[in-house]
Design a protein around this ligand. Structure first.
Ligand code: TYM
Length: 327
């Protein structure tokens, strides 16, 4: 049986990139045969979030988001990372077989440092904790967005190093990207990768005036509507492609390519995007609000999820401890 696993950090609210790159895949995969583990990576968030209340709220927010978009907590095990402390024990085992050079090559670490974030040891060793997350549940497949691919490859390297030293202890995971390439790296308001830490994101459930404001901030140029343009050079179309049927998308692109009187301006395209976002999440947004109104129920679900997840992690931890002589 295939085991699927993935995680998301509770640092700010989940955005369209999280949804199309990951969460949507998680829900779709969980409807198919296999075992499914999805977790809220709160240990990881400590590398960037320092407000305790904010962290607590974000954990519930993500749990409600997963349920609102259709994750069935009976089919999939939904839990909070820190409720399974065995992950930290496995992190230590992996730390002892991982060279500094491997971590120094991590793009995500290098990007954060380049953007002025002062690195803690936790930020540096982040990929080891992430590898432990994956390995602790004997995961086979890890559905993620493109920015996390290197981290899953690092987990593969760590498994190889550990198993070479101690025998066939850990399973080797594979990453899986969304089928549609536009979803691998969803772009933000400025045309860079959409990211909570870059402040260029759109919250999945944003609506009304706030959504209008956010979409209005998508960077465009000052060319007039009538000027013919190459639509493939406009990243606004990458965002539209996430929501529109190919036929409708094609029609808009053609009008922009031809230009002339009556061609849509950037304002028109943004309006269409805004409507499409509102519409796509109508049901999920309503369900999310209902779920958020009952935090005790969310906590109950997460507690139950953690109990189920922990059973597996304890077994894997024991297997690894025995292999390396700690038991
Ligand atoms: P995080 O919280 O940054 O993102 C969660 C998921 O969303 C994907 N994603 C995107 N996909 C497409 N376009 C984007 N602009 C975009 N931004 C984010 C990410 O690729 C990810 O799949 N380190 C992880 C959390 C984690 C994890 C794990 C994931 C911790 N342990 C174990 C998998 C397995 C992270 O920071 O994701």
């Amino acid at each position: 049986m295939t085991t699927f696993l993935s995680g998301i950090q509770p640092s700010g609210r989940p955005h369209l990139g999280n949804y199309f790159g990951a969460l949507r895949q998680h829900v779709a995969a969980s409807r198919k045969a296999g075992e499914h583990f999805y977790f809220i990576a709160d240990y990881h968030s400590l590398t960037t979030v320092s407000d305790a209340d904010e962290l607590r709220d974000s954990v519930r927010d993500l749990a409600a988001t997963y349920l609102a978009i259709g994750l069935d907590p009976e089919r999939a095990i939904l839990f909070q990372q820190s409720r399974v402390p065995e992950v930290c024990e496995i992190t230590w085992l992996l730390s002892c077989v991982t060279g500094m050079g491997l971590l120094e090559r991590a793009h995500s670490y290098k990007d954060k440092v380049a953007r002025g974030i002062k690195p803690s040891v936790g930020l540096f060793t982040y990929p080891i904790l992430m590898s432990a997350d994956i390995i602790a549940y004997d995961a086979d497949v890890v559905p993620v967005g493109k920015d996390q691919v290197q981290h899953v490859e690092m987990a593969q390297d760590m498994v190889t190093h550990f198993n070479t030293r101690y025998g066939d202890v850990f399973k080797r995971p594979e990453y899986r990207l969304a089928e549609n390439a536009t979803m691998h790296k969803v772009l933000g308001l400025d045309g860079e990768k959409m990211s909570k830490s870059y402040g260029n994101d759109i919250w999945m459930f944003e609506s009304g005036k706030k959504l209008k404001k956010r979409v209005g901030q998508i960077v465009t140029d000052s060319r007039p509507p009538e000027e013919p343009k190459d639509p493939d050079g406009l990243f606004l179309f990458d965002l539209l492609a996430l929501f529109l049927e190919p036929s409708e998308l094609g029609e808009w692109k053609e009008k922009v390519r031809v230009g002339g009187e009556g061609a849509p301006g950037y304002g028109h395209l943004k309006l269409r995007l805004m409507e499409a976002i509102e519409e796509h999440f109508t049901e999920a947004r309503a369900r999310y609000s209902e779920l958020m109104a009952d935090p005790a129920e969310l906590d109950r679900l997460l507690t139950r999820g953690a109990e189920r997840a922990r059973e597996r992690a304890v077994r894997v931890r024991d297997r690894a401890y025995a292999a390396c002589g700690l038991r």
